[in-house]
Design a protein around this ligand. Structure first.
Ligand code: 13P
Ligand code: SF4
Length: 331
């Protein structure tokens, strides 16, 4: 096993928090006591985003993991985000409150099958989205996130042969922007795949002035009608800078919290999924982390991530390459 999720086969600590406790205050106190920092992705529950020291997208979380001088990182996101933090900061203890928080996109690309796939294209550079397991990163030349994917692909000469994995929608989108013909692994995120074109078109009729913002993991039918396509942080910054007041948002609905915080006078409407009566589209993995689990994880110092030095040294190369290119490009 490349990554050990020590001591907790159940993935999280299932202990009831003390009755009547002020969880937010207790977490703040524990953070101070343990010299810990809480990093949260935009898809986390609002209460978790509110107690975090830093909230950001995948790229920003990786960048933060290298910058902080805290002893402990509680990564409120999914497992690959915690693994990236541990790979970048081996001297720090890294916890994910619920290590059952996986990622359907990462799971759609098993390392052994990906290795076999790569073998069919021996003269290709391997570019992988950060939403991958550590084992896939070991097979990768350079990692990208949705914030820097286009620029990193374009940093290679046009004649470079490239394999891009695991998100096929993102890969197709980057191919369409850059005119490249990257070979794509056919993976997908279950959240972004299930936005309903019909329901979005109905919403556009209801809110004719609303702009459609979409994450590039969405299917091309959604991306084609979007007014702006970008990573979570790009969508947030576009909505904040825009003179427009209404937005339909086609990404995981957790991002609406920060959008509303930054733009209290603007209206944000979550784009609905096609298979539910619920109006918004949530990542069930991201939502496994709760305030109670954050408390338990700080209090009892588990579940913790461990990665062997041999694997870490291999996995860090493509991540470091991404961070270096991003820094050069000012991303
Ligand atoms: P970002 O790169 O925008 O943070 O996206 C991460 C993710 O998991 C998208 O589903
Ligand atoms: Fe993975 Fe999709 Fe959840 Fe992002 S939203 S963590 S890609 S399953």
């Amino acid at each position: 096993m490349l990554v050990e999720k020590k001591f907790l086969p159940s993935g999280f600590l299932n202990i009831p928090t003390p009755k009547g406790i002020d969880l937010v205050k207790a977490i703040v106190d524990l953070k101070k006591e343990k010299k810990a920092i809480i990093l949260a992705h935009y898809y986390q529950e609002a209460v978790i985003q509110d107690i975090a020291d830093f909230v950001g997208d995948s790229l920003a979380l990786a960048q933060w993991a290298t910058k902080t001088d805290a002893d402990v990182i509680v990564l409120c996101g999914v497992d690959f985000m915690g693994e990236t933090a541990k790979i970048l900061s081996p001297e720090k203890r890294v916890f994910v409150p619920d290590l059952n928080a996986g990622c359907s996109l990462a799971n759609s690309c098993p390392a052994d099958a990906f290795e076999e796939f790569i073998r069919q294209y021996p003269d290709h550079v391997v570019i992988s989205y950060v939403n991958t397991t550590t084992a896939v990163k070991v097979l990768t030349d350079v990692v990208v996130t949705s914030t820097n994917a286009r620029q990193i692909v374009e940093s290679f000469p046009p004649e470079t042969k490239i394999i891009f994995g695991p998100d096929e929608n993102l890969g197709n989108y980057i191919n369409s922007l850059t005119g490249r013909n990257m070979v794509l692994w056919k993976g997908a995120c279950h959240v972004h795949e299930r936005f309903s074109l019909e329901k979005i078109l109905e919403l556009k009729k209801e809110y004719p002035d609303a702009l459609l913002l979409a994450h590039p993991e969405c299917k091309s039918v959604i991306l084609k009608i979007a007014d702006f396509v970008g990573s979570t942080s790009a969508l947030l910054s576009y909505a904040t800078k825009s003179a427009n007041n209404e937005f339909i948002v086609a990404t995981e609905s957790g991002i609406l919290h920060e959008m509303k915080e930054k733009n209290p006078d603007k209206i944000f409407i979550p784009a609905p999924p096609n298979d539910s009566t619920c109006a918004c589209n949530e990542c069930n993995f991201m939502k496994l982390n709760t305030l109670e689990k954050v408390y338990n994880c700080l209090k009892y110092e588990m579940p913790e991530l461990f990665i062997s030095e041999e694997i870490r040294e291999k996995a860090i190369k493509p991540i470091r390459r991404m961070l270096e290119i991003s820094e050069k490009l000012g991303l």
